[in-house]
Design a binder for this molecule. Structure first.
Ligand SMILES: C[S@@+](CC[C@H](N)C(=O)[O-])C[C@H]1O[C@@H](n2cnc3c(N)ncnc32)[C@H](O)[C@@H]1O
Length: 485
């Protein structure tokens, strides 16, 4: 955190987020906000105003133990603060216990038939006779200091995500403030610790993050949990882009369109051209089309680009001169790549499809200039269907070479090394992708299956959607039609 203004805008954002979360929270719900101890006091005042001071249940200290670098001329910093608010006095609460330290265990000095420690207690019946009962150690009630050491560098829990929290910490919180079947939200999920623990504790969950790497890490981590229930990964897509567009360029429709295109063209290092409907810019001789924020680039759009291109080729100052168009889009309708390549080549035109990366919406990334447009990759799939048995095999995957950092390219031996993860929906119905089968690499096991089999229970015609996520974090999809007899 830099100067005073940074702190001001951060607190404004926290406040707005807190108001929103308060509205979303169920009457029996609780909010836990984990903060570095040098901002927690500001945020506590804000949250007091949103939740009401009486609803602060605890200022929890996460005692994470001493970490690495020694602090000079002050005590070592060993804790973070977690502010715990409830929406009402009816909030869900389960007392949790931690193991006794050895001292308190001393009185449990007997061992039962199963090897458990217990204490022998003298009790009196109503008729005055005496007997000895057993009490087992329940543990000490969890206090507002939670002792969970940060993960060791070699811990198997580590995902490689820089701010990852230990599962043991989230487990204490989720057990205390929810029951099985309850819904847990982490709106800044990072490596996915909260959804992973919620899943293991039989809670339902929603996890959000704006980072590509966070989503990628969380998705893989969740898939690694035994018997994970089905989940979907969704993006806010056009809703987020529309909000951004309005905030960035205002309300006037014509002005928005023009300034939006100019903004994207600048990031793509292209110049703007005037007087065309479908051709918006030029870069190194090739024309550039900028797809809108509202809808995926579809085949019809490519057809219009091709027509305008043919009509204007060589006609004036800004007219196309070489037979190439770069089509930039946020999303691409399924199979655009193949069908559109065909239309374009019939028109004598070479098209390239490039994805406008989500980072464009982030001021910081734009200011730093680290915006990369990735060309759509191409996935080849073979399939065989014998009666009700379908077998799908990935046969090739190509990432355009410009997109690949040199060291990565050198390490790749086989085309399948580009694929980090792939999944199949055997009965795609033009709505949500249902992850019915998947194969993915983990840190320990780098193998990836290239074949997937499926048995249909009914005959019919099915659309099969195959989604591959490459090691750069981009999705490539492909559909095939199968006829099951
Ligand atoms: C401290 S990390 C969370 C780490 C997480 N508890 C774990 O165990 O891995 C905070 C996360 O918030 C995300 N983030 C920051 N601002 C966000 C926003 N406005 N919307 C969604 N996610 C955001 C960041 O990308 C980052 O992954």
């Amino acid at each position: 955190m830099g100067g005073a203004n940074d702190l001001g805008s951060y607190l404004k954002w926290i406040y707005e987020t807190a108001v929103f979360l308060y509205e979303l929270l169920s009457e029996t719900g609780s909010l836990y906000v984990h903060l570095d101890s040098n901002v927690s006091h500001y945020v506590k005042a804000l949250l007091d105003s949103v939740f009401g001071r009486d609803n602060l249940r605890n200022e929890v200290v996460w005692n994470k133990g001493y970490r690495g670098t020694a602090r000079r001329r002050r005590f070592q910093q060993e804790h973070d603060v977690i502010l715990f608010y409830a929406k009402s006095t009816d909030h869900t609460w389960n007392s949790t216990y931690v193991d006794y330290k050895d001292m308190s265990l001393a009185r449990y000095n007997r061992v039962d038939e199963e090897g458990n420690r217990y204490a022998r207690i003298k009790r009196r019946r109503t008729d005055g006779t005496v007997y000895y009962g057993r009490t087992y150690p329940k543990g000490k009630l969890q206090g507002d200091i939670i002792d969970v050491p940060i993960m060791a560098a070699t811990s198997s829990e580590r995902t490689g995500y820089p701010t990852q929290k230990p599962e043991a910490l989230l487990e204490r919180i989720i057990r205390a403030s929810s029951n099985e079947g309850d819904l847990v939200l982490d709106c800044f999920c990072g490596s996915g610790t909260t959804p992973a623990v919620a899943e293991k504790l039989n809670r339902r969950w929603i996890a959000c993050d704006l980072g590509r790497f966070a989503i990628h890490t969380s998705r893989k981590r969740l898939l690694g949990i035994d018997n994970i229930r089905p989940f979907i990964v969704q993006n806010l897509g056009k809703y987020e882009r529309q909000v951004w567009q309005k905030a960035e360029f205002g309300e006037d429709a014509a002005f928005i369109t023009r300034s939006y295109r100019k903004f994207i063209l600048d990031l793509y290092h292209a110049e703007m051209v005037e007087g065309y409907t479908w051709l918006h810019g030029r870069k190194g001789g090739r024309m550039v089309h900028v797809g809108s924020v509202d809808s995926p680039v579809a085949v019809g759009e490519v057809r219009n680009i091709a027509i305008e291109f043919q009509q204007t080729l060589g006609t004036g100052k800004d007219a196309p001169r070489v037979a190439g168009v770069d089509i930039l889009g946020w999303d691409f309708a399924l199979d655009t790549n193949e069908t559109a390549q065909q239309i374009a080549s019939e028109a004598g035109l070479k098209v390239r499809f490039l994805r406008i990366p989500r980072e464009v919406l982030e001021k910081k990334a734009v200011d730093q200039g680290d915006i990369r447009f990735f060309e759509l990759a191409a996935l080849s799939v073979a399939h065989q269907c014998a009666r009700r048995e379908l077998s799908i095999e990935l046969t090739d995957f190509m990432i355009p070479p410009d997109d690949v950092p040199d060291d990565v390219a050198k390490a790749v031996r086989h085309w399948s090394d580009w694929i980090d993860y792939w999944a199949v929906d055997f009965n795609y119905r033009d709505d949500t992708f249902h992850n019915q089968w998947q194969s993915y690499r983990t840190r320990k096991d780098r193998t990836l299956l290239l074949r997937a089999n499926h048995t249909y229970s009914k005959s019919g015609e099915y659309t099969v959607l195959i989604k591959a996520i490459d090691i750069l974090g981009n999705d490539t999809t492909k559909t095939i039609q199968v006829k099951v007899l």
